[in-house]
Design a protein around this ligand. Sequence first.
Ligand code: ADP
Ligand code: MG
Length: 267
Amino acid sequence: MDRELILDVRAVSYRYPETARDALAGVSLVARAGEVHAVLGPNGSGKTTLLRVALGLARPATGSAAILGQPAAAWSRRDLARIVGVVPQREDHLFPQRVRETVLLGRYPYLSVWGAERPEDQAAVDRALARCDVSSLATRWIWTLSGGEYQRVRLARALAQEPKLLVLDEPTASLDVRHEMELFELVRALADQDGLAVVLITHHVNLAARFADRVLLLADGRTAGDGAPADVLTRETVERVFAWPVSIASFDGRPQMIPLRKQEEHS
Ligand code: ADP
Ligand code: MG
């Protein structure tokens, strides 16, 4: 039986107003329940723009973006928030907040207009805190958290929405190896155990190759590769897209990139 089709982005193109070239041209991304998709590519290659189009925040000039069979832009934001949990690249915390209050914000698409939270909202918050191993931080102020704790709390807020699709934009930027591995392991487990579809933007080519089912490699808004990590992350492709010489090794059946020093180029 085919897994549920969650995100269906087909051949989208998008150009920001008053710019000379397409930020996206003919890019597709199809994600089903239980799959982890990594989106890779140099800075400015269109990764965040692809997410914006996928979530209906930017309307593609050509192509289509659908979530659960309905055009992404046609969803009310509130209904969409019950299906898609997003951990954005950056955000500002304007209000002093404790961890539990922050995660409870993930319940807003379920709350009544009066905003009173019900026992099931509290239960969803507790589950999300536990899943992300931040229950013990519940009463801490957000600004007292370490980078790794903060990212897990933001993921918990997205999980409190009880989404079918989880979208993360560079969630492990500036985390140390343990914290980045913990986050990738957790994301993988959410796909394997909870059946979430995951779209993850990252600059960690090697972790993407280890954890993702498929990688989408973008270059200048175009698809430079799309498929299983070993099929996409070849030396030729990676060198061309990132404009740097590399060697590709294999670990656990997955490609691993080793960037070369300048004098090693001809080895
Ligand atoms: P990435 O996330 O891969 O770094 P983006 O999707 O943010 O790339 O950007 C893709 C391209 O679109 C870049 O050339 C960027 O400068 C341009 N771009 C992004 N946002 C805007 C905007 N609001 N207005 C004009 N151009 C933009
Ligand atoms: Mg980006």
